[in-house]
Design a protein around this ligand. Structure first.
Ligand SMILES: NC(=O)c1ccc[n+]([C@@H]2O[C@H](COP(=O)([O-])OP(=O)(O)OC[C@H]3O[C@@H](n4cnc5c(N)ncnc54)[C@H](O)[C@@H]3O)[C@@H](O)[C@H]2O)c1
Length: 268
């Protein structure tokens, strides 16, 4: 059952690549909840993925943007305002990529050019996006901006590699820019720290399968799925969460607060 809690709200969804993407499920849930969206992804991802199918399904336009390009992002914001015939109420940054992870480099043997590229895509892109939204006065009052993150920003998960630093940086940007957006425009910024999820980005992490099983056993409610995450995001975009800001919100079935579970002890 869907509640139309986003009726009248308009926003941008980054990062829908294929049906497994958290952004894909979120786009569907937003539209189901009465919201209107513009979809965006990097030009190469639009060619390689299935976002055109989603665009047709939801009757939502795609405006391409490489999230590392200030020019592309500015164009995306200008065109979205034109399309909506007004300002924006919500934005989802659902972007992550580490070249070192992709190429199987160990954390103790990082390639720094690749590290810089991954940092730009996964973390600095969020600052670029926020800076453009802020300078362009593009957000409506009581708007909501979210980025997706992972608990490796706080705790060590060896195979998460340099993405751990990228997520720590991303979460810090949400707090720092959240201050200015709150003061200047009454807009909230948060990060959602999601359970491990089987997606294209997730598959890149060595041993994801073991990861998923481990966190399932550790979390009192079990892992949160991409569909669960989509619903949480919709609530964070709705007027029911107007005063939640500068937070890193764990959406992980309770994983982040558990020291050890009986299932893990039993499995030793
Ligand atoms: N899958 C997990 O286990 C998990 C857990 C916690 C957080 N997250 C985060 O959720 C977010 C979404 O990832 P996902 O798991 O849905 O995987 P996904 O692979 O479906 O999504 C990642 C997206 O990033 C996009 N992207 C990469 N480079 C880009 C660029 N230069 N410009 C614009 N877009 C670019 C890709 O095209 C893709 O659509 C990421 O931030 C990821 O780190 C994922």
């Amino acid at each position: 059952m869907s509640y139309k809690i986003l009726e009248g709200k308009k926003g941008i969804v980054f990062g829908a690549l294929d049906k497994k993407s958290i952004a894909w499920k979120t786009a569907e849930t937003i539209v189901d909840s009465g919201g209107e969206i513009v979809l965006t992804n990097a030009p190469i991802a639009i060619r390689m993925g299935n976002i055109v199918e989603l665009s047709k399904q939801l009757d939502s336009p795609i405006i391409p943007a490489d999230a590392t390009s200030v020019k592309d992002l500015q164009n995306l914001i200008n065109k979205s305002i034109e399309y909506f015939n007004g300002k924006i109420d919500f934005v989802l940054h659902s972007i992550g990529m580490s070249v070192n992870v992709r190429k199987g480099k160990n954390y103790t043997d990082l390639n720094y050019d690749w590290l810089t590229k991954g940092w730009d895509i996964s973390a600095v892109s969020f600052h670029k996006l926020l800076q453009i939204l802020h300078k362009s006065k593009a957000m409506n009052e009581w708007g909501s901006i979210l980025a997706l993150t992972y608990i490796a920003a706080q705790r060590t998960f060896p195979n998460y590699n340099d993405m751990a630093e990228n997520k720590a940086y991303l979460e810090s940007i949400a707090r720092s820019f959240g201050y200015f957006f709150g003061k200047d425009y009454k807009v909230r910024i948060n990060t959602i720290s999601q359970s491990p999820t089987l997606t294209k980005a997730g598959e890149g992490v060595k041993g994801l399968d073991g990861f998923l099983k481990y966190s399932e056993k550790m979390s009192p409610l079990g892992n949160a799925s991409a569909e669960d995450c989509a619903k949480y995001i919709v609530m964070m975009f709705s007027d029911y969460t107007k005063k939640v800001s500068l937070q890193n919100l764990y959406h992980d079935g309770g994983f982040s607060s558990v020291g050890v579970s009986q299932e893990i002890i039993n499995s030793i």
